[in-house]
Write a protein that binds this ligand. Structure first.
Ligand SMILES: NC(=O)c1ccc[n+]([C@@H]2O[C@H](COP(=O)([O-])OP(=O)(O)OC[C@H]3O[C@@H](n4cnc5c(N)ncnc54)[C@H](O)[C@@H]3O)[C@@H](O)[C@H]2O)c1
Length: 257
């Protein structure tokens, strides 16, 4: 038996570095997984890779903008149509913005709140009936180490990530009586295709990239996305049956610096 055998999961941001790693593990451990992302090409590529790596997985994909409220119903309906009632939700989609708070525009605030925070709330609401009925519903919300140690230059993003931690705890309070566990995972420096592209655009070498991580956390290196995905798998599975409202730092010890 796989660790998530028989579960029906939705993973948003499923074409990204961390989301695709989570999708890979959940599928590999027996779950039926709907990966959702707004990047059609990247999502198709992830699907092809996962199907090539693991035979007979139960996987489907959906291109959707989670920052649109109406998408939540569409996503939930698709998951149910493909696999049945949902008992596992991993909210992982995220966007970044680099405006200093003194210059932050309302347009950017609206967008980043919708994608990074409200999408988590909307999709949770859409599947809450399924999660309650299952008796072992699990929600894992991907936040960030910067939810608890904000920095200069990404204030809007960090505010949304702090909001995710708060929302996770409140939802855990409210839904414990229905057997739903709600947890957040706070990744630190995790090297994904996004970071590779960004470094290339800025003309930064691998040595520059490595140096950034050396002083950035106790471990002195970047995480591989799988190192974030394994804790998510654990929280999603029955192995974490007594864990709720937790804020799991998966950041190589960055938050203590
Ligand atoms: N990589 C890191 O260092 C790091 C650190 C802390 C937290 N995180 C968080 O982890 C999560 C995954 O990030 P990642 O590093 O894999 O980044 P990523 O950019 O590779 O993945 C994010 C995914 O979300 C998708 N997405 C963005 N806006 C969307 C929208 N409106 N609708 C649907 N999909 C949308 C993107 O297309 C992308 O595939 C994010 O929530 C991010 O904030 C990442």
């Amino acid at each position: 038996m796989g660790r998530t055998e028989g579960r029906v999961a939705i993973v948003t941001g499923g074409a990204g570095g961390i989301g695709s790693a989570i999708g890979k593990l959940l599928c590999g451990e027996g779950a039926s997984v709907l990966l959702v992302d707004s990047d059609k090409a990247a999502l198709a590529e992830v699907e092809t890779t996962l199907r090539a790596e693991q035979k007979d997985i139960k996987l489907s994909t959906l291109v959707a903008d989670v920052g649109e409220e109406a998408s939540a119903k569409h996503i939930a309906d698709q998951a149910r149509a493909d696999f049945g009632p949902v008992d596992t939700l991993v909210n992982c989609a995220g966007m970044r913005s680099y405006e200093a708070l003194a210059e932050a525009r309302t347009k950017t605030w609206d967008k980043i709140f919708a994608v990074n925070l409200l999408s988590y709330a909307w999709l949770t609401q859409e599947v809450i009936g399924d999660l309650r009925a299952s008796g072992r519903g699990s929600v894992v919300n991907i936040s960030s180490t910067h939810a608890v140690n904000p920095r200069a230059g990404m204030g809007q993003y960090d505010v949304t990530k702090a909001g995710i931690v708060s929302m996770t705890k409140t939802l855990a309070f409210e839904e414990a009586k229905h057997g739903i566990r709600v947890n957040s995972v706070c990744p630190g420096l995790t090297f994904t295709p996004f970071h590779r592209r960004r470094a290339e655009e800025a003309g930064r070498s691998q040595a520059d990239i490595d140096l950034e991580a050396q002083g950035g956390c106790l471990m002195g290196r970047w995480a591989d996305p799988m190192e974030v995905a394994y804790p998510v798998l654990w929280l999603a599975s029955d192995e974490a049956s007594y864990v709720t409202a937790s804020v799991l730092m998966v950041d190589g010890g960055r938050f203590v610096l």
